[in-house]
Design a binder for this molecule. Structure first.
Ligand code: FPP
Length: 249
């Protein structure tokens, strides 16, 4: 998506994506089951959403459940699905009151009707809110998102008789689950691991990556501020040069 960063406060990222990692290790350090860490992770989700609004971030994407997470032990999958349902059920009214618009990104194929219904309710009831756009990545994989976007475009091009050779980057951006939203300026991963794990692969082409040492349940506003401070210290060039005037001389 086109960047308009010259026209705004470039110190504050407009869109922040977070890979919430470390719930299991946080629980293990306390001799508790992994589910205990995920439950504490939901409290950190609430802190992250509040911090994003307070800090003037307009888009926040949280990686809650990847398309690969189904391979975890059945009990853990059940815990994570349960927490997702509980979060929507319990927090939707407050999120709406605080102007949060919720979108769930990821594949909806094969999800159970109860979780699908909750997702649709959350999106519908929050659709007019605009303080913070919250994307929850659920049953999400970056490659799968790109595959689904291509399938959508292929069908549309075939239907309209358009030449596939004319496909543009904007067409692809628009067909992604995040269509119409800005690319993430800042991607944060907690727990010290340094990889993208199939998160927002297309959209992160020029994102600044910040890896925090804290485990996700310990994340709070001060960690968000620390990540933003690191982001603000970076020089973003988008493949160009820092100061074109100097180079031209
Ligand atoms: C990674 O930590 C975290 C997850 C796979 C799940 C994240 C889910 C939540 C924070 C709770 C539910 C979210 C919402 C939005 C309601 P890990 O389990 O891989 O930790 P480890 O690497 O230490 O084992």
């Amino acid at each position: 998506m086109a960047d308009d960063s010259q026209n705004r406060d470039t110190m504050t990222p407009r869109h922040v994506g977070i890979i919430m990692d470390g719930n299991g290790r946080w629980a293990a350090a306390r001799h508790k089951p992994r589910g205990f860490g995920h439950k504490a992770g939901v409290d950190a989700v609430r802190k992250a959403v509040r911090a994003a609004s307070e800090l003037g971030i307009s888009h926040l994407t949280l990686y809650a459940f990847s398309s690969e997470n189904w391979s975890r032990p059945q009990r853990e999958v059940r815990d994570l699905l349960g927490l997702m349902k509980l979060f929507i059920t319990r927090d939707l009214a407050e999120l709406c009151a605080n102007g949060v618009r919720i979108r769930i990104i990821g594949s909806r194929t094969d999800l159970s009707p109860d979780i699908l219904g909750l997702m649709e309710t959350a999106e519908f009831r929050s659709r007019d809110n605009s303080v913070l756009n919250l994307n929850i990545a659920f049953n999400y994989g970056g490659r799968d998102e790109i595959r689904r976007a291509f399938a959508r475009l292929a069908a549309e091009f075939a239907q309209k008789g358009r030449d596939p050779g004319t496909i543009t980057e904007a067409d692809i951006c628009g067909a992604l689950d995040t269509g119409g939203q800005p690319d993430p300026d800042l991607l944060i991963r907690t727990s010290g691991e340094m990889r993208l794990s199939n998160f927002m692969l297309w959209q992160s082409a020029y994102s600044e990556l910040v890896f925090l040492p804290c485990m996700w349940p310990d994340f709070d506003k001060s960690w968000m501020e620390q990540a933003i401070e690191e982001y603000a210290s970076r020089t973003r060039r988008f493949g160009g040069v820092e100061d074109a005037k100097d180079i031209a001389l």
